[in-house]
Write a protein that binds this ligand. Structure first.
Ligand code: ZN
Length: 75
């Protein structure tokens, strides 16, 4: 029925960075990335995200947030 079993298909995954098909081999130390570069990019992206999380939505002290509008409601 199936005589293709003699040739084991190498597992192929997609690089999470560039989407390139990467052969999952023990030889490939960068898996699941296609290359060392993509691996570094992923690490950098993580670091960037960590830096972005704090102080992004919160505005502790704006340049004009108090006098311009008037918190007291002078109207
Ligand atoms: Zn890649």
């Amino acid at each position: 029925m199936i005589d293709n079993t003699s040739e084991p298909k190498p597992l192929v995954v997609n690089c999470p960075i560039c989407g390139k098909p990467v052969a999952w081999r023990a030889e490939n130390a960068c898996r699941p990335f296609c290359s060392e570069r993509c691996k570094q990019i992923d690490l950098g992206a993580w670091a960037n995200e960590e830096y972005r999380v704090p102080a992004s939505d919160s505005d502790p002290s704006g340049p004009n947030g108090g006098d311009a509008v008037g918190a007291g409601g002078a109207r």
